[in-house]
Write a protein that binds this ligand. Structure first.
Ligand SMILES: Nc1ncnc2c1ncn2[C@@H]1O[C@H](COP(=O)(O)OP(=O)(O)OP(=O)(O)O)[C@@H](O)[C@H]1O
Length: 333
């Protein structure tokens, strides 16, 4: 039996108002996050990955608003809650943020202050989501630092973030995300700012922690290599939509959307002939305010069929089933 769905995102729409008009940053995003599994969200810069993460935690700030859709925590259970309908400052939402759902940022200093020691900040985070005494919270903070692989945590707890290397800082960022004992973790490009060796260590750490704690992980990245290593299922995003969803093996073996195929062609391969040029996708993701008519990917698509792609929008990917939002797919069906 498939694992229980812990978070169901349905038709999520987010828009930003500006003097030039309304920009639809997310245009009907749907996916399921299953208990204990890793959902990879992949796409180029600007496709809406971070806005998706921020929406779930209700961290989108004005002029951004959630203009439609549902964010269902524990769907289909008596505890079901639609985060899209909660006040971002409500007690319930503050308990979700950092409590049920932890967030790991690309830049750990987003979650940390330069003015306080690592320990002070971790202790504060532990106490926010529990009734622990000061002494218990400190012991838990040391334990958290140990869990994320920080050597000599009893000493390091009194360090300031700037005294630590980038890799250790990201480990502290992960400890911060885990301080409220969440069962869901959203990691937004957690290794993008790190060198390759540290990147591999942090990914291994995330994998170990996920297995140990049974965490449901939503991993946002632009890097197909990270997806290959970490994800169970993958949602490929383009211009504020999910254009393909598939189990990871299937995605790599038989990608269905031309955009996914283009992203995969851009991954360096150890099998490629020396000096073979790495393919890149022509053009750039358009600004969401300049969304092309028809299929949003058609101006960059090397496989477009003709008028249909320029004039009509392909059907969305059916939620929870492998598929691609592409007229080629519809033709094949
Ligand atoms: N504060 C904002 N004001 C206006 N538009 C915004 C704002 N934040 C995001 N957007 C719009 O939402 C779109 C999606 O942004 P988002 O940061 O989610 O992309 P991303 O895929 O996470 O890219 P990156 O990897 O560069 O963060 C952007 O192209 C931008 O136009």
């Amino acid at each position: 039996m498939a694992e229980r769905v812990v978070l169901a995102v349905r038709d999520l729409a987010v828009q930003f108002g500006s003097e030039q008009g309304v920009v639809r940053a997310l245009d009907g995003v749907s996916f399921d996050l299953h208990a204990g599994r890793t959902l990879g969200i992949v796409g180029e810069s600007g496709c809406g990955k971070s806005v998706t993460a921020r929406s779930i935690l209700r961290l989108v700030e004005r002029p951004g608003i959630i203009s439609g859709g549902r964010l269902l925590l524990d769907p289909g259970t008596p505890e079901e809650a639609d985060l899209a309908r909660l006040d971002p400052d409500s007690r319930q939402m503050r308990a979700v943020r950092g409590g049920r759902i932890g967030l790991i940022f690309q830049e750990p200093m987003t979650a940390l202050s330069v003015h306080y020691t690592v320990g002070n900040q971790l202790i504060e985070a532990v106490r926010q989501h529990s009734t622990a005494s000061a002494a218990e919270a400190r012991a838990r903070a040391v334990e958290l630092l140990r869990e994320v692989g920080i050597p000599r945590p009893e000493t390091r707890i009194d360090a300031y973030p700037f005294e630590l290397s980038g890799g250790l800082r990201q480990r502290v960022g992960i400890a911060m995300a885990l301080a409220g004992d969440p069962d869901i973790v959203i990691a937004d490009e957690p290794t993008t700012a790190l060198d390759v060796t540290t990147q591999a260590q942090i990914l291994a750490l995330l994998k170990r922690l996920q297995a140990q704690k049974g965490i449901s992980l939503m991993l946002i990245t632009h890097d197909m290599g990270v997806i290959a290593q970490m994800a169970d299922e993958v949602a490929v995003m383009y211009l504020g939509r999910v254009v393909e969803f598939a189990p990871v093996r299937q995605l790599f073996a038989a990608p269905r959307h031309p955009y996914t195929r283009a992203l995969l062609r851009a991954v360096p391969s150890i099998l490629a002939a020396p000096r073979q040029r790495l393919s890149t996708i022509g053009g750039a993701v358009p600004h969401p305010g300049m969304r092309p008519a028809g299929c949003p990917f058609h101006p960059r698509c090397g496989e477009r069929l003709g008028a249909v792609c320029m004039e009509r929008i392909p059907a969305p990917v059916p939620t929870g089933r492998p598929g691609a939002s592409c007229f080629r797919e519809e033709e094949a069906a």
